[in-house]
Design a protein around this ligand. Structure first.
Ligand code: SAM
Length: 219
């Protein structure tokens, strides 16, 4: 869905303290910066319901929201500033294509992909956040026990992702084709998710373990 451009968003994003304006300069130092031992990243956080909500539920974890759309990013940051929030939070206004420049090898403990754009046309497959190009970047920045947690309403994107992760050697740790059949108070409902739940659509969810790293093996 195309978003109306919000004129105030640019100024807010330029001034807000929670926004990391030079994220590459924090690579390798995020945990120290946010004073946390565990770091979670949400890519495509939209209007910020999940990023802000999870920060409140798990204040001991560092939460970094990433969003490329200026208006959505502005709404996320405004939500953060207007709500009760944890201190261990940061925001990157940018395209996750750059994610490997923003984090050091093994620095991230979990990546959340919530209701990512499906890019249904074949020629746009590469833009899917679960495309192998992205999986290779995630693999490098995730810790040895790192995980990706994905939720979507889109069965075609879900099928594609299951195959793509398998082809790249990720281990499927958990899967559900109707995640909200049972209450999951431990997991904040996103803006898109609420819309699909109200229409009675099932929510697909999977967790993958990062492929075993070989960094420490002798040559
Ligand atoms: C369908 S919306 C879902 C928003 C939110 N996660 C939710 O569940 O309500 C997908 C969001 O991902 C963002 N997005 C897509 N590709 C991205 C990328 N490469 N880097 C950063 N954000 C991205 C879009 O701008 C959009 O706001």
């Amino acid at each position: 869905m195309r978003m109306r451009k919000l004129k105030w968003a640019h100024n807010l994003l330029m001034q807000a303290e929670v926004v990391a304006h030079e994220p590459a300069q924090l690579a390798g130092r995020w945990k120290q910066q946010l004073n946390c031992e565990t770091l979670h990243v949400e890519i495509g956080c939209g209007k910020g319901d999940y990023w802000v909500g999870m920060g409140v539920l798990y204040p001991q974890i560092g939460w970094i929201g990433i969003e490329k759309n200026e208006s959505a990013a502005g709404l996320s940051v405004r939500k953060f500033e207007e709500s009760m929030h944890s201190e261990a939070m940061s925001f990157i206004w940018g395209d996750a294509e750059q994610i490997d420049a923003w984090f050091e090898t093994g620095e991230v403990d979990a990546i959340h992909l919530n209701f990512s754009d499906p890019w249904p046309k074949k020629r746009t497959t590469k833009r899917r956040l679960s495309n192998s190009r992205f999986l290779k970047k995630y693999e490098r920045i995730l810790s040895d026990k790192g995980q990706i947690i994905m939720k979507t309403d889109n069965s075609a994107l879900f099928e594609y992702s299951l195959l793509e992760f398998a082809a790249e050697g990720w281990e499927l740790y958990d899967v559900s084709v109707d995640f909200r059949r049972e209450p999951h108070d431990e997991d904040v409902i996103t803006e898109y998710e609420r819309r699909f739940m109200e229409k009675g659509q099932p929510i697909y969810r999977a967790i993958w373990n990062v492929p075993s790293h070989n960094h420490d093996l002798p040559e």
